[in-house]
Structure formats: C-alpha cells, structure tokens
Design a protein around this ligand. Structure first.
Ligand code: CP
Length: 310
C-alpha cells in the first residue's frame, strides 16, 4: 500500500472510483474482521450508537441479510425498509423518501434499487453515508469486493490471474463490479456469453471477449458463472433456457478445462442446471459459500470505514 494512504470515501457507490489501494485497504480491514463471526459471542462495540437503514427496493437474500448481520455484529441499530412496505407504493418519490429518512438522522443508508444510478442520486440528498447494494445493471460494489476477498484468500494474490466470467454480462451488475475490480488489481478478464448479452465497450476496458467456452475457461484460475437476469429483459434475448444451458452452462467437463486448482464462483442466486450444473456448484472447487461468508466481513469493513474509521 502507498505510504501515507488514507481511506477518504464518504460513500461506497461503485468499484469504478476505488483505487487499488482502496480495494486493498477494504479487503485487509475485512480480513481482520472475519474472525469476529467465528467467535462464540459475535459482537463488538465498534459501531454502537450508529443507525443504519437497509432500503431495499428489489428482492435480496444474501446482501440484505449480510449487511444486517454485519451491522448487528458491530452493535449498530439497524432498520429495514422494503419496497412493498414503504410509502413509495403510495407514489412517494425516492428523493422524498430519502429526505424523510435523512430527517431522522441515520448514519448509513444501504440502498438496492432497480434504477442504475439511484445510490449516486440518493447520496446528493442525504447527510448519511450511502452504500450501493446493487443498482440496476450498473454495479454491486460490495459483491465485487467479497469476490475479490474470496479469490485473495484462496490464491494469496489478486494480480496475474485469469478470471473467466460466463453468461449474462450485459445485465449483471456483479460482472461490471468484478471486471473493474479485478482489472484494477492486475488480473486478466475473459468473458463468454450469447452475443446479445455481451455489452459494448469491454474490449476498450482490456477485457478479452471470447468466441467459445474453451477460449474463456482454458487454464483459468477462476470461473465465475452468472445468473440469466430474466427480470431485466423486456424482450427475450435467448431462444430458450434449455438451449442456453446446453451452450453456455458450466458443466464438469467445462470446469476441467480450467486449472486443476481453479475456483468455481457464483454470486447467487443460482439457477441450478442452467448457468451452473449442480455437481460443479457443490464440487470440491466451489467457493460459493465462502463468498457468502466473506460477504459479512466485507460489509463489516464497509460500515466501519464509511463511518470515518481508518
Ligand atoms: N449476490 C446477491 O446480490 O444476492 P442477493 O440478490 O440474494 O442479495
């Protein structure tokens, strides 16, 4: 890490604006917090007196629960609002919701929203620190960070790795955060998926867009599979899920093309038998549940750092 480094981010809105030193500092902080979750009494007083609002306008299991667990393990007070129970159902705008929440003086607002850019907008209307828990097809920075933490834990480095990302890159905010993060840390990204689900501009970022599965996965250190995001497709971009699975699904044979010590990853939720076959998801190279475990540590680190701790 650069001498004199200081973590200066008020909000965590994306990976794009995090430097390699920022990422290294967040992961090192998360690594130091991880053991708290293994203690018999999983609680430290670090964020006592802080108020944290989970504002989730899209469904979530892992992200919402792990932010709440992270906050509670650090003794913060947490409150959850979902779209169906908020006054947005009565026509209130996100900005009005934000202003009203801000009037109650929370310290951190964690936002998941279908609109790309919603956390950036929110951050301009509230005094609290804002953490993006996934915005539309834009970014999911805490997922990108927990993915990097998991790879660093197993590979002991984040540079000079071949990362293969397979599937729906276009709609995946996880893929966008992972691509930016792993490139920034000095690894190479190879993507493969249906042409309709590969966004423009990847080559300009330095990503290799592959024309077949073997080119993407051969000798990879990490094979990351992604869910087809049917909820973000107005018109079908695929002939059928059965055909998708036959061409783009990661089977044991596909996984065997990667390095023998390659990691199999998936951000969840998995569509078993479509983008990832069950024997691979549950196999010895899978670190999918390690990703979930590390999600709590990364989110503890983010809550700690945005409240001004270094
Ligand atoms: N990986 C992820 O964002 O999962 P959830 O949608 O369950 O939060």
């Amino acid at each position: 890490m650069t001498t004199g480094y200081f973590f200066s981010h008020r909000h965590i809105l994306d990976i794009e604006h995090l430097s390699a030193d920022d990422i290294d500092h967040i992961l090192t902080t998360a690594e130091s917090f991880k053991e708290i979750s293994a203690r018999p009494i999983k609680k430290v007083p670090t964020l006592r007196g802080n108020t944290i609002i989970n504002l989730f306008f899209e469904p979530s299991t892992r992200t919402r629960l792990s932010f709440e667990i992270a906050a509670k393990r650090m003794s913060a007070d947490t409150f959850n609002i979902s779209a169906s129970t908020s006054s947005t159902t009565k026509g209130e705008t996100l900005i009005d919701t934000a202003r009203n929440i801000s009037a109650m003086n929370p310290d951190i607002i964690i936002l998941r929203h279908s609109f790309s850019g919603a956390p950036h907008m929110l951050s301009q209307y509230v005094n609290a620190a804002v953490i993006n828990a996934g915005d539309g097809t834009h970014e999911h920075p805490s997922q990108g960070l927990l993915d990097m933490m998991t790879v660093r834990e197993h590979k002991k480095r984040l540079n000079n790795l071949k990362i293969a990302i397979i599937g729906d890159i276009l709609h995946s905010r996880v893929a966008h955060s992972d691509i930016l993060g792993f490139l920034r840390m000095g690894s190479e990204i190879f993507v493969y998926g249906p042409g309709t689900l590969i966004p423009p501009g990847l080559k300009e970022l330095g990503v290799t867009v592959c024309s077949n599965m073997k080119e993407a996965v051969q000798d990879a250190d990490v094979v990351m599979t992604l869910r087809i995001q049917k909820e973000r497709q107005d018109d079908p971009l695929l002939p059928s899920l059965r055909e998708y699975a036959a061409v783009y699904g990661v089977t044991a044979q596909v996984a065997s093309w990667a390095r023998p010590d390659a990691l199999i990853m998936h951000p969840g939720p998995i569509n078993r038998g479509i983008e990832l076959m069950p024997d691979v998801a549950d196999g010895s190279q899978s670190v999918i549940l390690d990703q979930v475990t590390n999600g709590v540590a990364v989110r503890m680190a983010l809550l700690y750092l945005v409240t001004g701790n270094n």
